[in-house]
Design a protein around this ligand. Structure first.
Ligand code: GYE
Length: 337
């Protein structure tokens, strides 16, 4: 068969099968395009740094502001995919969350530990998987500092000392102190409790007349205050280890016609927006700042690690205190929480 005859035959066969081939081609194009369609987002997705964040829960204004800060810092626009896990105040849930992060092979694990003890096993697992762990907010207690890469948060013992110094300078006469603690075993509770207990040791006319954990929760603060009033305990200072417990205290006092800030001095921690309003209105006498805006701080640590740098092992946030002498409406509105 001559060459052009052969070509004609091929062309004829093609024409005969034309409709079939065209549909086949169209189908192929459809397949390729439908496969490639999600590829764009997927490749964007592949460039994202994946961060698993185990959060304590949502017990307080502080915690909620902290969650917002983390979610905003680790947005897709900033180049991150955040896997957020709310442990609802349970350490077992945090341990499970970390194991899930390891299974998902995240790039970084960020842990806000509910308590100081009990992390070695799961952090050893993260280390074995080669995933850097950043601890945020509260501290962990471990014999092996290599189990985490770095930490950022507040020096809560220093916060307690600030409160004690303020009490020494501003309150007179014997102090009968009601002490409402955060959740026992957390570094936030331990630091603030140690500060106060050292103050009581150092001041012979200070007495702890009541001490109980209110877990940083408003309803528990209120419940404990009701209990104190029912027991007719004699007090003139309430040292609440966070703002939400102070809110509960104020509710209970007012329900019994006791004027917070006057009939009893109220000391609180966090300096959340609503609490600072209560400082302005004189119901809270002192609020020691505890800054929850850790999102950008943790992001900066991750950025350093991404660049191959070694961040500081411990970063303490600078904090101040607010009382009637230094707080203004402008300061409250200028703050991010
Ligand atoms: O003070 C309290 C919160 O760990 C510093 O936890 C944090 C504390 C904060 O629930 O309000």
């Amino acid at each position: 068969m001559r060459r052009n005859q052969k070509f004609n035959l091929t062309l004829k066969r093609f024409m005969d099968r034309g409709p079939f081939l065209i549909s086949y081609l169209l189908f192929l194009i459809f397949l390729i395009s439908s496969c490639s369609a999600p590829q764009k987002p997927a490749s964007v997705e592949n460039d994202l740094i994946v961060v698993g964040f185990s959060q304590v829960g949502s017990e307080s204004d502080w915690r909620n502001a902290n969650t917002v800060s983390m979610v905003e810092a680790f947005s897709v626009e900033n180049g991150y995919r955040l896997i957020f896990d709310d442990a609802q105040q349970k350490q077992e849930k945090q341990i499970t969350a970390i194991r899930n992060f390891i299974n998902q092979a995240v790039d970084y694990i960020v842990l806000a530990p509910i308590t100081m003890e009990g992390w070695d096993t799961v952090l050893t697992e993260a280390k074995a998987a080669g995933i850097p762990v950043i601890i945020v907010d509260r501290m962990i207690d471990t014999d092996d500092p290599d189990l985490f890469t770095c930490w950022v948060g507040s020096d809560t013992r220093r916060e307690g000392d600030i409160a004690v110094k303020w009490m020494e300078e501003n309150l007179t006469g014997p102090l009968n102190i009601v002490h409402l603690q955060g959740n026992i075993g957390s570094s936030a509770q331990a630091g603030r409790t140690e500060g106060l207990e050292a103050g009581v040791q150092a001041n012979p006319d200070w007495e702890l007349v009541y001490q109980a954990p209110g877990d940083f929760v408003q309803a528990k603060g209120q419940e404990l205050m009701e209990d104190i009033l029912a027991k007719e305990i004699d007090f003139n200072v309430i040292y609440a280890e966070n703002d939400n417990m102070a809110y509960g205290v104020i509710e209970a006092l007012e329900a019994h016609d006791i004027v917070p800030g006057k009939d009893a001095s109220i000391i609180s921690f966090d300096a959340a927006h609503d609490a600072l309003q209560l400082v302005l209105s004189g119901k809270i006498n002192l609020d020691v700042e505890c800054n929850p805006l850790h999102g950008p701080r943790v992001r900066s640590l991750i950025e350093q690690l991404e660049r191959g740098e070694t961040p500081e092992k411990f970063t303490y946030v600078d904090e101040v205190f607010f009382d009637a002498t230094n707080l203004t409406e402008e300061i409250i509105t200028s703050r991010g929480y």
